[in-house]
Design a protein around this ligand. Structure first.
Ligand SMILES: Nc1ncnc2c1ncn2[C@@H]1O[C@H](COP(=O)(O)OP(=O)(O)OP(=O)(O)O)[C@@H](O)[C@H]1O
Length: 342
């Protein structure tokens, strides 16, 4: 059974002013997230990502549909049961949301105090968490004395305090520079691998999904337009909005404008060779072309790696005898995908 399951869930906000239309923030979304996954939700601002997550931890009530988290029906449960459910779900935020007047220690201890744990229990747990996030020496510092990356590590420790099964990360790295982002992503991966916690990552940054997630859903206008294994969505995005996101981190097939710029700078026929894990190696492209005596120049594209699986689109300018090029491309097509750009 999935750890998080949404069936035909919708959330409509009433209009802000009389006469305005209601906002369909979530529109008939169905989604399953299995225990142990790192599940990415990507989409532009306003796509409905935060609302989706707020529905999962019951900060918002769905207008329609069913949400089940860890076997508990979230929709329509009494408040007492919701409090228990929320202990099962930790959350981290873009702006960290730490208590500025509390030390690092007290920030992390806070949810344990709220949950009524004993002093000894709190001391042992906070010590353990500080060690896990590498901030033992900062226990008595205040948030303003920390860097952004350190603040987010405190946020993660606080979110983990009550040993939740699920961690929701809402744009958790969007306020951080690229290097600090990678440090936080590495920590999140440890949270998943070492503690077995299921993570739902909301972001508009495709590279966060590429380095962290195992599964991804692409949201647009309150709907999930594409969903699947990160490798599949990155290597072969089917929907236009997924293709736009993927193109921010993967150089695919050149756009018409890029193609005319390439034609100005390069002689020959412009051909894209696309390959995915499991296809015969991309090295064979160069071997086959060289064997046929065709000259080639790599003009666009690259090879991508997602968790050890490779895919890419290599666009080459080919020069040589027309008939030899035709025959060679025909021979190569089928073994890998060959597309001559018009
Ligand atoms: N409390 C609310 N009342 C009215 N409308 C809301 C409310 N919360 C969200 N919305 C609307 O719902 C839509 C989805 O918003 P949401 O914040 O979920 O998107 P998002 O993908 O998380 O965007 P962002 O990345 O900017 O946070 C938007 O049109 C937003 O204006």
């Amino acid at each position: 059974m999935p750890l998080i399951s949404l069936r035909n869930v919708s959330k409509t906000f009433p209009p802000a002013r009389r006469g305005d239309a209601p906002v369909h923030a979530i529109d008939n979304v169905s989604l399953d997230i299995e225990a142990g996954e790192i599940y990415g939700i990507i989409g532009y601002s306003g796509a409905g990502k935060s609302t989706l997550v707020r529905l999962i931890n019951a900060l918002e009530k769905a207008t329609a549909g069913d949400i089940v988290v860890d076997g508990v029906q979230v929709t329509g449960v009494p408040d007492r049961q919701l409090r228990r459910l929320r202990l099962d779900i930790g959350m981290i935020f873009q702006q960290f949301n730490l208590f500025s007047a509390k030390t690092v220690w007290n920030n992390i201890a806070y949810p344990l105090r709220v949950a009524g744990r004993s002093r000894d229990e709190i001391a042992a747990r906070v010590t353990e968490l500080l060690e896990f996030v590498g901030l033992t020496d900062k226990a008595s510092n205040y948030p303003e004395q920390l860097s952004g990356g350190q603040k987010q590590r405190v946020g993660i420790a606080r979110a983990l305090a009550t040993s939740p099964k699920i961690l929701l990360a809402d744009e958790a790295t969007s306020a951080l520079d690229p290097e600090t982002t990678h440090e936080v992503l590495r920590l999140l991966r440890r949270v998943n691998e070492e503690l077995g916690i299921t993570i739902v990552v909301i972001t508009h940054e495709m590279d966060v999904i590429q380095t962290l997630a195992t599964k991804v859903a692409v949201m647009d206008g309150g709907r999930i337009v594409e969903e699947g294994d990160v490798f599949d969505v990155f290597s072969d995005p089917r929907e236009a909005s997924s293709r736009r996101f993927v193109s921010t981190v993967v150089r695919g097939i050149p756009s018409p404008d890029e193609l005319s710029a390439l034609r100005e700078r390069h002689r020959g026929r412009i051909v894209t060779f696309s390959f995915r894990d499991g296809d015969s190696s991309q090295a064979s492209v160069f071997v086959d072309l060289a064997a046929a005596g065709i000259e080639f120049e790599l003009v666009y594209g690259g090879v991508n790696d997602i968790r050890g699986r490779a895919f890419g689109h290599l666009t080459l300018a080919l020069t040589g005898s027309e008939s030899v090029i035709d025959a060679t491309l025909q021979y190569m097509d089928g073994r890998i995908t060959v597309k001559e750009l018009a």
